[in-house]
Ligand binder design. Structure first.
Ligand SMILES: Nc1nc2c(ncn2[C@@H]2O[C@H](COP(=O)(O)OP(=O)(O)O)[C@@H](O)[C@H]2O)c(=O)[nH]1
Ligand SMILES: [Mg+2]
Length: 331
């Protein structure tokens, strides 16, 4: 029964499963708008286990993530596979100039049913990916796309988020971006399953590749940080390959796709896929649960209890730990 103003979620999910772009887009919109039907959508999606290969692309602005994504989409289509793309931009989806550029570039795939491309704003706390990204990903998985590419800007928390969402993480670098030093600082190298040195048509690409190789021999990029994220490349015998591309020229893309596929096979044969999916689900549940605690706190006597507890701490009557316990009791 469809109530007025409500979407027929079961029908949308069925049509999304037939790759009908309009239905996929409607479902993602319900998620984006934080619709009252969100739970209904989530429940319907849960019954459709994903078998997509989720590929994350991250790296500094301007290194060529969108260009590489577009080239990968073309290569995947040429190999007969369907592709869903989530482009997560830190700026608003309608005012961001870079995003407009992405749209225009991605339009070469418009009108192809085997390709779905959606831009999402990243409104997450602390600069991370917003809560809707994992749910939008579930929509694309339920729609049965063979490969799903998520493009995120590699800054702050977003790069850690992509590491827990994607099966295969591509860290894209380019010459002349000062990436060698910056990336190490940000810890971005640790999350890579594949390094992509893009703009190989430019001077300096060999130097970036050489720096990466040098770092690998020093054992960097395989640290405990990656394991904390549920990524176990270091311990289970995956050596992170370095692929040089000139994505705007379509060069190196076949090689890149080969490495992505090889990593996909390794994930299955090593048992890592299951561990990564388990970690991804745990991260997702934790975020939802903590968000719910925050919401309940705001709705209940939390703010009043907090204010009272703060008075006690300022007056020297309570230490902050005991005060926090009091506030939690108010939940
Ligand atoms: N020379 C050269 N330029 C490239 C290459 N790939 C991308 N670009 C250019 O680099 C700029 C940024 O690319 P874009 O894909 O938007 O980067 P993003 O911000 O990482 O998504 C654009 O002007 C691209 O045309 C490449 O392989 N070689
Ligand atoms: Mg981009």
């Amino acid at each position: 029964v469809v109530r007025s103003g409500n979407e027929d979620v079961a029908d949308l999910v069925r049509r999304a499963g037939e790759h009908q772009s309009a239905a996929v887009a409607r479902l993602i919109s319900l998620i984006e708008r934080d619709s009252p039907q969100l739970r209904e959508v989530a429940a319907a999606l849960a019954r459709l286990p994903g078998r997509s290969h989720v590929v994350g692309l991250t790296g500094s602005p301007g290194v060529g993530k969108s260009t590489t994504t577009s080239a990968l989409v073309a290569a995947l289509r040429a190999s007969g596979r369907s592709v869903g793309v989530l482009a997560v931009d830190p700026s608003s989806p309608f005012t961001g100039g870079a995003l407009l550029g992405d749209r225009i570039r991605m339009q070469e795939h418009a009108g192809d049913d085997g390709v779905f491309i959606r831009s999402l704003a990243s409104r997450g706390q602390l600069g991370g990916l917003s809560a809707e990204v994992p749910q939008a990903l579930r929509v694309l998985e339920a729609a049965g796309f063979d490969v799903i590419v998520i493009e995120t800007v590699g800054v702050g928390q977003a790069e850690l988020d992509i590491a827990s969402l994607a099966d295969t993480v591509l860290v894209v670098l380019a010459p002349g971006m000062g990436d060698g030093i910056q990336a190490v600082k940000a810890g971005i190298l640790e999350i890579a399953d594949i390094y992509v040195v893009n703009k190989a048509d430019r001077e300096g690409a060999d130097l970036v590749a050489r720096d990466l190789r040098h770092m690998q021999t020093l054992g960097a990029g395989t640290s405990s940080g990656a394991q904390a994220l549920g990524r176990d490349s270091a311990t289970a015998g995956w050596e992170v390959p370095i692929v040089k591309t000139a994505s705007s020229e379509g060069q190196g893309i076949d090689d890149l796709l080969e490495q992505i596929d090889r990593h996909g096979e390794w994930l299955t044969s090593s048992g890592s896929l299951h561990r990564r999916r388990q970690h991804r689900a745990a991260t997702e549940i934790e975020a939802i649960a903590l968000g719910e605690v925050r919401a309940r706190f705001a709705r209940s006597t939390g703010p009043a209890a907090l204010s009272a507890a703060a008075d006690h701490v300022v007056a020297g009557a309570l230490d902050p730990f005991s005060a926090a316990e009091q506030v939690l009791d108010a939940l």
